[in-house]
Write a protein that binds this ligand. Sequence first.
Ligand SMILES: [Zn+2]
Length: 255
Amino acid sequence: VTVPTTCRPLVVVTTSWDDGHLLDARVAALLAERALAGTFYVAPDNSELAADSRLDDGAVRDLSQTFEIGGHTATHRRLPDLSVSQAADEIRTGKERLEQIIGGPVESFAYPGGAFREEHPALVQGAGFRSARTTARGSTSLGGDRYRMPTTVQARQHPRDWPGIAIAEWAHPRLALGCITNWATLATLIFDRVLATGGLFHLWGHSWEIDRFGQWRRLETVLDHIARRPGVVYATNSGTLDVDVLTTGSEDDQS
Ligand SMILES: [Zn+2]
C-alpha cells in the first residue's frame, strides 16, 4: 500500500463481506464500479446457505482477481460450539480449500458470527493467517490486536447501538435520530469524521442480508460517498495491516 505524502491526516478505507453468498458478486460489482477495495470472507461449504446460493469455485476465483479472499472456516460453524481440535480443523480446512480454489495465499480470517473464545485467535494465527476480523462495530482504528480487528459500521440496522448513538450525538438530536433510523446516515457521519481527523473506516456486511432487508440503495449511497476521495488509501483488510501508522494507538475508538 502506497501512502500518499500530504499534510492531511491519514485516512484508510476498507470493506469486508462475509459468507460466500451468490449475491456477493453484486456487492463486488458495486465496489468495482467505484474502485473500492475489499475482502470477501468465504466459507466454501457454508452449512447455513443452500448449496445453490453459495458462490461456486469459479465465482470465488473470479472474485479473487479483483478482491482479497479471506477465510471464514469450512462450514461456518460457530467456533465456541466446537472442541479445540474441531475449531482448528475448521479454520485450517477452510483456508486450504480457498487456497486450492484461488491458487494463492489466504491471509485474512473472520470469525463466523463474530463468535470466538480466548483460545481461538492463537489457532487462527497458528493456521497461518495474518489477521482476524471480529464483528465489533464503532472503531475507527485497527485496534491493538490484529487477531481481533474491529469494524466501523455494518450495513444493517443495530437497535442495540441506539442508546450509544443517542448519547454520543445528544447535542444534535436530528443527527442522532437520522443515525438511529438509518445505518447509511451513521456510516456517512462517521466517514466524514474520519476524513477530517484521520483513521480507518471499515464498512462490512452480508450481501444476503442487504438483499433480505432491501438495503441496496442505501449501500450504493454509502459507497458513492466514500469512494474516490483524493488522498484516501483504499485497501483490502490485509492491506490495512501494511499501513503501519494505523497500528499505533486506539484512543480514537468510538463504541
Ligand atoms: Zn459469516
